[in-house]
Write a protein that binds this ligand. Structure first.
Ligand code: SF4
Length: 364
């Protein structure tokens, strides 16, 4: 069903030239009004690439027999942390395929130790599990969880063989939020069979969820997947989606994702100019990085140097505070109106003004 919200977002996705500049300018101003010039910097350690799921777009899918699988040993993860994280890192994210073994044997014990000895904001991106496992992770000291929906249309979700069902994914997101986590989700824009309706529905759904943040990644066809011959996403639309999320949910943490640089060398910096406010430094030991094929060989690895340069080019500065700490305090201070993802049209300009006008004539 098309609503006024979908109509506004659908139109903004297609913005080009002056309309696109205006959209991004307003998104950037909105980000600055909430977060100032600061961009959060987190480190990510990819702790394993075993996965029990079989998503059509991902090189780590279980049917990809060509992939060398790994799980980092606890000591290897401790060494990455113990040898000194980059000075700009305030948050640490543990990421893996959906693998209960790496969760139990590596991530849980490492987080337990880390939470006792460090002030880092700790998050995990590990997939959908029995809800009790989330409780255990929280008890160990994690506070942020990243659970992406990739598409907001249930039929599209099934077609792409995304993990489990969309309904279960949404239940998990709601459970995490209710139990005090800072939850971030995500969308892969431009997946095969994505239609304008599905794109708008995805944005509407994401903006209705109790999230602290959300990413938009451009679809890049991955080797060793059934979609390896499909067309990659349009970079401009992906960046417009970043701006739309910022305008819809000003208090969210919105990452600039490294895949944007696979579309164009300026993609990452442009995302920061379009409203993104989180950059991620890859801390996975170099021997294992190529075995974490989110997209294709030749990943664009974000080192601290690249991240700091991008932040500077975008006219911003690294945040001294953890995104999890800041997002928790913002969540408790935002009004019910803004926590539903709406802000006054006057503060977001022409595109949002159009949305406001059409919502006055809302028929559904
Ligand atoms: S997207 Fe995640 S759950 Fe799906 S196959 Fe890849 S690692 Fe597994």
């Amino acid at each position: 069903m098309r609503t006024a919200e979908s109509g506004w977002r659908r139109e903004a996705l297609e913005a080009r030239s002056d309309a696109q500049r205006a959209l991004w300018d307003r998104a950037e101003s909105t980000r600055k009004a909430v977060f100032g010039r600061r961009v959060f910097v987190r480190g990510v350690i990819e702790v394993g690439n075993f996965c029990r799921q079989n998503c059509a777009y991902c090189g780590m899918r279980r049917d990809n027999g060509a992939l060398r699988r790994f799980r980092l040993a606890r000591d290897a993860v401790r060494r990455v942390i113990g040898e000194g994280l980059p000075a700009s890192v305030t948050d640490l994210n543990f990421q893996a395929g959906e693998d209960p073994v790496v969760l139990r044997e590596v991530v849980l014990p490492v987080i337990e130790e880390l939470a006792n000895e460090s002030r880092l904001g700790i998050s995990a991106c590990l997939g959908t599990f029995d809800l009790r496992l989330y409780d255990e992770l929280k008890q160990a000291g994690a506070r942020g969880y990243i659970l992406k929906i990739e598409t907001g249309d249930a039929a599209h979700y099934r077609l792409l063989r995304c993990p489990g069902t969309l309904e279960r994914r949404l239940e998990a997101i709601r459970y995490l939020a209710q139990t005090g986590w800072s939850v971030s989700s995500g969308w892969i824009h431009g997946l095969p069979e994505e239609t304008p309706d599905r794109a708008a529905e995805t944005l509407d759904l994401l903006c209705s969820l109790p999230l602290a943040g959300c990413s938009v990644s451009p679809f890049i066809p991955g080797e060793g997947t059934p979609l390896s011959g499909a067309q990659a996403a349009d970079l401009e639309r992906t960046l417009n989606a970043v701006a739309i999320l910022r305008l819809s949910s000003p208090h969210w943490v919105i990452p600039a994702v490294s895949a944007l640089n696979l579309c164009h060398a300026s993609g990452y910096v442009r995302a920061l100019r379009a409203g993104a406010n989180l950059a991620t430094i890859n801390l996975t030991p170099s021997a294992w990085r190529d075995d974490y094929p989110l997209y294709r060989p030749g990943r664009w690895i974000m080192t601290e140097e690249r991240v700091l340069r991008a932040i500077e080019e975008a006219g911003s500065e690294p945040s001294p505070d953890s995104w999890i700490a800041v997002s928790s305090s913002l969540r408790s201070s935002v009004s019910p109106l803004s926590s539903r993802g709406s802000i006054p049209a006057s503060s977001v300009g022409d595109v949002a003004t159009d949305r406001q006008e059409s919502s006055e004539g809302r028929a559904s």
